[in-house]
Design a protein around this ligand. Sequence first.
Ligand code: T3D
Length: 269
Amino acid sequence: MRLNRHMTSDAPVLYDLTDAVATITLNRPAALNSLTTQARVDLLAALRRAASDEAARAVVITGAGRGFCVGQDLRQHAEELAAGGEGPFTTVSEHYNPIAREIAGMPKPVIARINGVAAGAGLSMAMLADFRIAAQSASFTTAFAGIGLSCDTGASWSLQRLVGPARAREMLFDASPITAERATEIGLVNSVVADDELDAAVDALARRLAAGPTLAYAAMREVLGYAATHTLDEALDFEEPRMHATGSSDDHRRAVEAFLAKQPTFEGR
Ligand code: T3D
């Protein structure tokens, strides 16, 4: 099982590359993988490593233990608030925004493997992935309202795009957790699987994506992100050079040849 390989280290964030899949594991299970300053720094570094690692053609973000990620570590946060100073007020600009941009701008597919509760910035990060595969026992809460905060890590952008404006308001204003089943019903996650089937489901998807047209996936991420905030006319202009670029790739040429030979294959270039 993929996760066991990571559990030997007590670093707050683990990075594993196996079979072209980079797995980033948040590793503070006793606190449901809440994010301390060190964890946020290490997470950003791991995301940057995955982005620039040419051997990595798909990225999985997950959590160790029974949680996915519950956002800001509130113990450390409370200490910083009590100490006064700028600490808590630079977290968004120094940590969460760069983390959100790194996930959103990842030039390869990203899967959130949601093994347990996802809350606050943890949920926000998952919402920026291309795919969210949840274990049946996972639950979801924006959490921000519960501690008197608005929202961060792109939740204002992603949540309403996934579940629609009415449900986004419901989920932000009311931080009551929802089940994995409900999350699928409203489009927050792609699929829910039995807890003991999560590894197999995520591995199968990650391997399939890692064997796919990496350059085309990167361009798909770009055009979808762009089109979300532009007109059809602008989207058409934005698509054109990316079709040209992917159409000039070895992957495309070989895939067409392989299609005609009835044997598709991609190498990511
Ligand atoms: O400055 C800034 O920019 C702030 C930025 C903030 C970004 C954010 O992410 S804000 C949102 C922060 N997160 C939360 O508010 C979530 C708080 N947690 C919860 O509401 C609940 O724990 C859950 C609903 C997520 C799960 O509930 P449950 O019953 O499954 O677990 P639990 O018993 O509450 O928690 C288990 C342990 O994890 C517990 O520790 P203990 O008592 O066993 O030693 C709990 O304290 C710890 N834990 C849970 N969430 C956090 C946490 N520890 C630190 N920080 C947490 N966020």
